[in-house]
Design a protein around this ligand. Structure first.
Ligand SMILES: [Mg+2]
Length: 370
């Protein structure tokens, strides 16, 4: 059996051309950590984690340091025993799901390369074309409506709209967008915890006529009982995002009947292993899932697309973070068109890696066997 001989930890600092505003934060760049796991058979598995300080409590600086500590746990061990390796990481240091995600994706990529299979096939899936929504950040109703119109003209099949600055403004945003794009393309709202219960019920009641597919995380993450009460009175389906990280959260939300959808993000679930557990709980409870993301490049997004192919219960796809970047730091992997169409390759693993230019320019550390 192979052993892990070397781990590279790389920080990608990817600027945005325009700030991206949501109710929780304004983002100007993505600082993601890539892990490259080398083994004694000469294969390399690649994974990415995007540490969002306002969701998982991880900053790029802490994630980089955590990655160094986790590397010491893995060096010299068999990378194919994924369940055991991931449990060892969690037992050594709890939390830090975004950086544990980078390790999880790298181990799955490596296993698929050993099996000489695309990642979706390793996971038991079927190759298919995926249609991601395009996401519009918070801005004036007119500007958001103009962007939505452009996306729909380009062929985008669903639009996700960030809201959460106040009742009148948020209702006006949706009215303006629906007026600009007409009917037929579903809108998905994301309030990122900005509303309280009565505000949510009032807004969603007012928006019932605007063909809203789902409202994501209207309430603060801790308010599970509130989500249940909102769901009982809302004409629009409710999705948990910041309220669900792992399978324990999924079980709690399902047991309470608190939501209609789970938003799985690999940076919260600590990667594919945890994501499949959440999806399984959703599936048996009759709860559909979205696969969302933080600000991953096409490395993390591509791995997510492979997971979607193996999990039909993940019916909504929100993968468009690479379109916020001035420049894509990876090569290979999925093809992602501006209209949201994601096409997988048949390369072994997920197929993506850091480009040579970005390898050269990025902060990096290598941890090897002694
Ligand atoms: Mg969200």
């Amino acid at each position: 059996m192979p052993t892990i001989t070397k781990i590279e930890i790389i920080e990608l600092d990817i600027p945005y051309p325009h700030p991206f505003k949501i109710a929780l934060a304004v983002m100007n760049s993505a600082r993601n950590i890539v892990i490259r796991v080398h083994d004694s058979d000469g294969l390399v598995g690649v994974g990415e984690g995007c540490p969002p300080r306002f969701v998982t409590g991880e900053a790029p600086e802490t994630a980089f340091e955590a990655a160094k500590l986790y590397a010491q746990i893995l060096i010299g061990k068999n990378p194919m025993e994924i369940d055991t390796r991931l449990r060892e990481l969690e037992q050594y240091m709890l939390k830090n799901p975004a950086i544990r995600c980078a390790y999880d994706l790298a181990l799955y990529d490596l296993l698929a390369k050993h099996a000489e299979l695309p990642l979706y096939a390793l996971l038991g899936g079927e190759k298919k074309v995926i249609y991601s929504n395009r996401t519009i950040g918070i801005d004036s109703p007119d500007k958001m409506a103009a962007i939505a119109k452009q996306h729909v003209e380009n062929g985008t099949k669903a639009i996700k709209v960030k809201v959460g600055t106040g009742k009148a403004e948020d209702i006006e945003r949706i009215r303006a967008i629906r007026e600009a794009i007409g009917n037929g393309v579903p809108l998905r709202l994301d309030a990122n915890q900005a509303w309280d219960e009565i505000t949510t019920i009032n807004i969603l009641t007012a928006l019932a006529e605007y063909e809203i597919e789902v409202c994501e995380q209207p309430l603060p993450y801790w308010n599970i009982e509130g989500l249940k009460r909102v769901r009982e009175r809302s004409p629009i389906a409710i999705m948990a995002d910041e309220s669900i990280f792992d399978a324990h959260d999924a079980f709690r939300l399902a047991s309470h009947g608190a939501v209609d959808y789970f938003n799985i993000k690999l940076a919260k679930s600590a990667g594919i292993h945890g994501a499949m557990k959440i999806n399984a709980i959703g599936e048996v409870a009759g709860i559909k899932c979205m696969l969302g993301g933080m600000s991953e490049s096409l490395i993390g997004v591509g791995a997510g697309a492979h997971l979607i192919c193996a999990c039909p219960n993940i019916s909504l796809h929100d993968l468009d973070s690479p379109f916020h970047f001035t420049e894509e730091p990876s090569i290979g992997g999925v093809d992602f068109q501006p209209n949201g169409t994601v096409t997988l390759s048949d390369d072994h693993g997920h197929g993506a890696d850091v480009s040579p230019e970005w390898m050269e320019r990025s902060k990096k550390i290598v941890i090897s066997e002694k």
